[in-house]
Design a protein around this ligand. Structure first.
Ligand code: NCD
Length: 469
């Protein structure tokens, strides 16, 4: 099977088997890094980094060099025509005509999808704002697999900035798919976004337990446990006996503590900045000496700032430099596969598969709906000229639409049907989205408005059956 011409924009673009196949090829290549120089000979990779990067950019570029290909790169927006007001789509079309594959890092959420939509060559997302960073997840899973021998049924604690840390968003989806139990230990105020939680619970079938004050935290020097995603194969009885069950669960420890830096560059309020200064927890030797951490490996996507003490670098449980080193064979395997220079050997599916449910209705009508995320690519002046907002209807209760670009959610208040009574314009009616009319209108006929003004401007009047329930 081939991965040729595929994109990797979110970790959900690859199945579990495809991820394992990338690992098998990375294993094969890592034993002979210097002997791969014919694999992509004659091919060109464009490396477009519009945000700071050391590891990701260099490991991609080293990977392509090791494969015998060539690299063209941009490392600053100010050096490109984007600074002159060019759109991402135009840039993607042009770069796609120069290079065989594109790696893009950009501060706007959803920017990598736009590049993929227009480039005509395989596109790899090397981080799009606070949204996702799927190749970091490949490196993370690869390390977990190497150190724990399996990806099935792991118990992982995610720590630090779960709100803006894109690595933990991609990682949480992947872990859920491999049947992990995930402990969320955010720095207070930096909890996992609701849209990530919804996806985990609605689409991967696990359950989420939220905790107030399970206090193993202070005594251990940890951030408090905010929530736990329990895989479908996990001990769901926790839900019934929280206090006892959870304490026992916590004492058993975790396979890995995945630490993240607070993403200072993405903070949008002074309050968040204050929160940041107030809460400061460091993973250090003292913490790793505590009961429950004997076997725990410490991971971090790097760069670290001061959340990991240098004194633990020599500890055999510290994996962050190995994680970074493994980025080269992983990215070599990925590039070779997407360029069709290598074929996949798909391993047989092992263990239970927690496949993702994804059959949502896509809402594309131009009825003035906009994503509310200021960092979303659809809200940038240069991009609104051509991007049409697009949403998946992920719930009717309450009406919830997920942006197809950044995946943030909106809850519009007003609805109508495109099939109004007898086709007479006079009969056009709109209703409250939380009235029973939502269930009556077929999804393909559904019209959604953000405001009554929008509905009125399009000639709709408030319907009689529009009472709120
Ligand atoms: C991460 C990133 O850019 O999101 N770094 C990386 O790619 N290894 C993590 C971070 O910057 O904190």
């Amino acid at each position: 099977m081939s991965l040729a011409n595929r994109d990797l924009i979110t970790i959900e673009d690859f199945s579990n088997q495809e991820i394992e196949a990338v690992f098998a090829l990375a294993d094969e290549m890592s034993g002979s890094l210097s002997q791969q120089s014919d694999v992509c000979r004659g091919m060109i990779m464009a490396s477009l980094f519009f945000e700071p990067s050391t590891r990701t950019r260099l490991s991609f570029e080293v990977a392509m060099n090791r494969l015998g290909g060539r690299v063209i790169s941009v490392v600053e927006m100010s050096n490109t025509s984007l600074a002159k007001g060019e759109s991402i789509a135009d840039m993607a079309r042009v770069v796609g005509s120069y290079a065989d594959i594109i790696v893009i890092r950009h501060p706007w959420e959803g920017a990598a999808k736009v590049v993929a939509d227009y480039a005509g060559v395989p596109v790899i997302n090397a981080g799009d704002g606070g949204h996702e960073h799927p190749t970091q997840t490949l490196c993370d899973l690869y390390t977990l697999k190497k150190e724990r021998r399996t990806l099935e049924g792991l118990k992982i604690a995610l720590w630090g900035d779960l709100k803006y840390g894109r690595t933990v968003h991609s990682l949480a989806y992947a872990l859920a798919r491999f049947g992990a139990t995930i402990h969320f230990r955010p720095s207070p105020g930096f909890e996992m976004p609701e849209h990530v939680i919804r996806k985990l619970t609605a689409e991967y079938a696990g359950i989420l337990e939220r905790f107030n004050g399970v206090e193993d935290a202070d005594e251990k020097g940890l951030f408090p446990l905010d929530a736990m995603y329990i895989t479908p194969s996990g001990p769901h009885q926790l839900a019934n006996i929280p206090a006892v069950g959870i304490q026992i669960e916590l004492e058993k420890g975790v396979d890995a503590l995945y630490v993240t830096r607070l993403q200072k560059e993405r903070l949008d309020t002074a309050a968040e900045r204050q929160e940041l200064e107030k809460n400061h927890r460091v993973v250090d030797r003292k913490l790793l000496r505590k009961k429950g951490f004997e076997e725990t490996i410490v991971m971090h996507p790097l760069p670290r700032v001061d959340e990991l003490a240098y004194e633990i670098d020599a500890d055999p449980r510290s994996m962050y430099f190995k994680q970074a080193e493994r980025g080269v064979p992983i990215r070599m395997a990925l590039i070779a596969l997407l360029l069709g220079a290598k074929e996949l050997d798909i391993p047989a599916a092992k263990g239970p598969s927690f496949a993702r449910k994804r059959d949502y209705h896509v809402y594309k009508r131009d009825t003035g709906l906009r994503c509310r995320n200021r960092e979303c690519v659809t809200n940038q002046e240069t991009e609104t000229r051509y991007i049409k907002p697009e949403f998946e209807i992920v719930s009717n209760d309450p009406l919830t639409l997920r942006c197809a670009y950044c995946e943030h959610e909106i809850h519009p208040q007003y609805i109508a049907s495109s099939k109004w009574h007898q086709g007479i314009a006079e009969n056009k009616r709109y209703y409250y989205a939380d009235s029973f009319m939502l269930g009556r209108i077929q999804q393909e006929n559904l019209i959604i408005f953000d405001s009554e003004d929008e509905a009125l401007a399009r000639g709709f009047k408030l319907g009689k059956k529009s009472h709120k329930e």
